[in-house]
Design a protein around this ligand. Structure first.
Ligand code: FA5
Length: 347
């Protein structure tokens, strides 16, 4: 009896101890460890069953039953604590992953198009709006398209090493976007209205207004009865799209091998409407580029009948546009990649 009494006490002791620990278990891992410690194969309660042989035979069933009941009650307690802990865990996860829909969004630092790209985009919109088709040529160009096809006499100074980056005897970095003309004449028949925008390269001394790499826009049109008035009208419409309503265009005679007559053209200063200011150096006009009627030699060399077809062409430096627009006095600023400068062109 005494043996059994002690043993019964030891069951109660273990149960009280286990209950306390189960209730205090702070996490599922700990709970699992406690359960194994008491209820596992070598657990404290299971081990008690092994002492049953030392009891008088009549005590044995009662003792075994008591151990089994104790085990069952602890199992129930473990299961209940497990449910509690899972709930705690779930709430914690919910808190961690909670989405606060009232929180302000995080602003992404987005990039912006380079000011020259922005200008090119405006040029494209303006020219396409005027009914011109965009055409692109290579920057590494064949000499014939850059010079010969454009009616350059063999000894023209622009072909000197001084001005041109030659790649080999036949190829160079294009010095002007007018090089597109020959490629277009080979691919298409008139009537034509074509423009291009792209990079050009000249072996020049770099200064405030000259880069070794810069951009040009070139446009040309070939149709029946085309004359200087069409050229001026198109330039006026283009200048208006780029610089605003009321922009005037002025021609002055100039020479380019590929146009006859050739002109340089200026627009009325958009800052003083032609009255004279610091930007236009009090002249009221700002020179933009060259233009003229396409030389008949060029049209003829591509089999275009000059009795039926005539054409005009114009070209200008792209950098000049934002330089004027924002009164930037040094073209090199566009290519120094200084974020403080570029950031100002965020629309
Ligand atoms: C030409 O390049 C002619 N192809 C333009 C043309 C086209 C005339 C069609 C007639 C018919 P010019 O060398 O002047 O012309 O250059 C035109 C413009 O490109 C200049 O007004 C200037 O704005 C720009 N430009 C020329 N060289 C540079 C340079 N090194 N750096 C920056 N811009 C330049």
């Amino acid at each position: 009896m005494a043996e059994a009494g002690v043993s019964m006490d030891s069951i109660r002791e273990k149960v009280v101890e286990a209950e306390e620990r189960i209730r205090k278990a702070a996490g599922l891992e700990e709970l699992k460890a406690i359960a194994t410690e008491y209820l596992g194969k070598n657990g404290a309660l299971t081990s008690l069953l092994r002492t049953v042989g030392s009891l008088p035979p009549e005590e044995r069933p009662k003792f075994g039953q008591a151990v089994n009941e104790a085990k069952r009650s602890l199992e129930v307690l473990v299961a209940a604590r497990e449910t509690e802990l899972l709930e705690v865990e779930r709430r914690r996860a919910e808190e961690r992953e909670r989405v606060d829909l009232t929180m302000p969004g995080r602003a992404f630092r987005t990039g912006i198009a380079h000011p020259i790209t922005q200008t090119e985009d405006r040029i494209k919109a303006a020219m396409i709006g005027l009914g011109f088709e965009f055409f692109e040529g290579p920057e590494l160009e064949e000499m014939k398209y850059n010079f010969e096809a454009l009616n350059y006499p063999p000894d023209h100074p622009a072909m000197d090493d001084q001005d041109t980056f030659y790649i080999d005897d036949h190829r160079l970095m294009r010095t002007q976007c007018t090089a597109i003309q020959g490629r277009v004449f080979e691919a298409k028949k008139p009537p034509l209205r074509v423009f291009t925008v792209g990079r050009c390269f000249r072996n020049e001394t770099v200064d405030r207004t000259h880069g070794h790499t810069f951009h040009q826009v070139d446009a040309f049109m070939v149709d029946r009865g085309v004359n200087m008035a069409h050229l001026k009208g198109t330039l006026k419409a283009f200048a208006t799209a780029m610089f605003g309503e009321g922009t005037q265009v002025r021609f002055r005679p100039d020479y380019f091998p590929f146009v006859e007559p050739g002109v340089d053209y200026s627009i009325s200063c958009p800052f003083c409407s032609g009255n004279g200011c610091a930007v236009c150096k009090s002249s009221g006009w700002i020179e933009l580029g060259g233009a003229g009627l396409i030389h008949p030699n060029i049209l003829r060399s591509y089999g275009i009948d000059t009795e039926e077809w005539t054409g005009w062409a114009f070209g200008l430096g792209v950098e000049r546009i934002p330089m004027m627009q924002y009164q930037i006095d040094d073209l090199r600023l566009f290519y120094e990649n200084d974020y403080r400068f570029l950031e100002q062109f965020r629309a």
